[in-house]
Design a protein around this ligand. Structure first.
Ligand SMILES: [Zn+2]
Length: 478
């Protein structure tokens, strides 16, 4: 909304008129997005998630063959690639054959967006999407209506696993502004009634305003929250510091967009008492994975297939590697073996989930593939959250590497933070990460978010390192 051309006008309106505008927005959105086609898809998805492994395999292979045939015949980019590799559509019969094709990187997408559009596509009927990556270079592409609807239905199927429907009242804690940042007094929220939703912006989760927000949450009954982990953690932390309790508790919190770090999870759980669940999705809409009731991510196989490349075998039969996805539904702008930009761990194929669903299991997403620290010993470290697990006086932290041999540790202190905490963190890094890595502490009031509103726990600013844009766009902004 904050990027909407009319936002400048909207934010100058009195609150009651902003509320009217939100109602109209919600009404139009609901009519457009939750149409007959959407409910048919959702009903189908609730059935297909119970398919057997062989039914899933047959479905994926059939959808893939259709996609490859059209990509070869009608999409110049793929035609040229397959011609060069002397491949015919009949060479790609199953998901296992996908490895015959190269990976589509973000740079490839940037340089070939016209060649990736099918000659049969009517651009007017496609939805234009773009992502604002962390490098400042945005990506432009299209998705068709079917893909968009299926993606929404998949997000709501995830919510349905936890008993929520389109009629469940919820709060959306988000980064994109709907409540103007200048607003100092209540209401610090906006009702989007046709979507059964209230929006609260991260910009208002501050010490002077926290009491108003918690009072509001306690005066109303919401069944679930959707949020970035870093945003809801901020709310939980500030409320707890001010001795404010959440009396009207949501049953579930649906996370997305960022990894939920351990210290965030425990703080959020303690404050809300809610079940926390997550899904993995992105604007390119060529893959998605959603957690089930048992906390494992299942590939949403109806939308696309997820592989890992440049993988490393882990001892328990799992593999860790770059996530690449092939979307089945958008033939007008196909994403075939698209490198999303994240590192994930795929479960050992022999493992089955207690929930009974047979789709591919993903243990989790480690982080963005370019965000790791290189130690003087040459190790690549993506996660530091276990270092901060026992650093109780540290409210938020971020690790930034600008040059080899050194890291900057940005810290937002809690009131009891002292030199002792700094020494503790320094020692933990020495012990677990590297004994010779130089560590410099930087104390800040807040950790800056990316232009797309995301929090990055580990950030690499090393030069001469290939960078992709961030994956973005997910259910928690909606
Ligand atoms: Zn499961």
């Amino acid at each position: 909304m904050s990027s909407h051309p009319l936002f400048g006008l909207y934010k100058r309106l009195p609150v009651w008129m902003q509320s009217q505008a939100c109602w109209i927005y919600g009404y139009n959105f609901s009519r457009r997005q939750y149409d007959k086609f959407y409910f048919q898809k959702l009903e189908w998805l609730l059935e297909s998630e119970r398919w057997s492994a062989s039914e899933i395999e047959a479905y994926q292979n059939e959808r893939l063959r259709g996609l490859i045939k059209e990509a070869y015949n009608d999409v110049l980019y793929y035609h040229e690639i397959m011609y060069r590799l002397k491949l015919r559509p009949s060479d790609i019969k199953s998901v296992n054959d996908l490895q015959k094709l190269p990976v589509l990187k973000k740079e490839d997408l940037r340089g070939n967006s016209n060649k990736l559009v099918s000659r049969n596509a009517d651009k007017k009927r496609l939805l234009f999407r773009h992502t604002s990556g962390t490098t400042g270079k945005s990506l432009h592409f299209y998705v068709n209506r079917e893909t968009d609807t299926l993606q929404w239905a998949i997000w709501w199927r995830h919510r349905n696993r936890f008993g929520m429907t389109n009629d469940s009242w919820h709060v959306n804690f988000r980064a994109h502004l709907l409540v103007p940042a200048e607003q100092e007094k209540i209401p610090l929220w906006r009702w989007v009634t046709p979507l059964r939703q209230v929006v609260i912006n991260v910009q208002h989760i501050t010490q002077p305003k926290i009491r108003y927000l918690i009072d509001f949450l306690n005066e109303n009954c919401f069944e679930f929250y959707t949020a970035y982990p870093s945003i809801i953690h901020n709310l939980a932390f500030l409320a707890a510091r001010n001795g404010l309790a959440l009396k009207n508790r949501p049953r579930v919190i649906f996370m997305g967009c960022e990894n939920t770090l351990d210290f965030q999870r425990s703080c959020i759980e303690e404050f809300t008492g809610a079940q926390i669940t997550d899904q993995y999705g992105f604007s390119e809409a060529c893959g998605n994975a959603s957690e089930c009731e048992h906390g494992l991510y299942h590939e949403d196989f109806e939308l696309g297939t997820i592989e890992s490349v440049e993988s490393e075998a882990l001892s328990d039969g799992r593999v860790k590697g770059k996530i690449v996805c092939t979307g089945f539904t958008c033939h007008e702008f196909p994403f075939i073996r698209y490198e999303v930009g994240d590192i994930g761990v795929l479960e050992n194929p022999d493992v089955t989930c207690k929930c009974g669903r047979q789709s591919k299991l993903i243990v989790g997403i480690e982080g963005r593939q370019d965000d790791y620290v290189i130690t003087p010993e040459g190790r690549r470290i993506m996660r530091f959250d276990y270092i901060f697990k026992d650093a109780q006086n540290c409210m938020e932290s971020q690790i930034v590497q600008k040059k080899l041999g050194q890291i900057l540790v940005y810290i937002v202190q809690r009131s009891n933070y002292s030199q002792k905490d700094e020494n503790f963190i320094r020692e933990e890094i020495k012990k677990w990460i590297s004994p010779s890595l130089k560590v410099k502490f930087v104390y800040v009031h807040e950790i800056e978010r990316e232009p797309n509103g995301k929090f990055r726990a580990v950030k690499s600013l090393l030069k001469n390192k290939a960078k992709g844009g961030a994956s973005s766009g997910c259910a928690c902004e909606n």
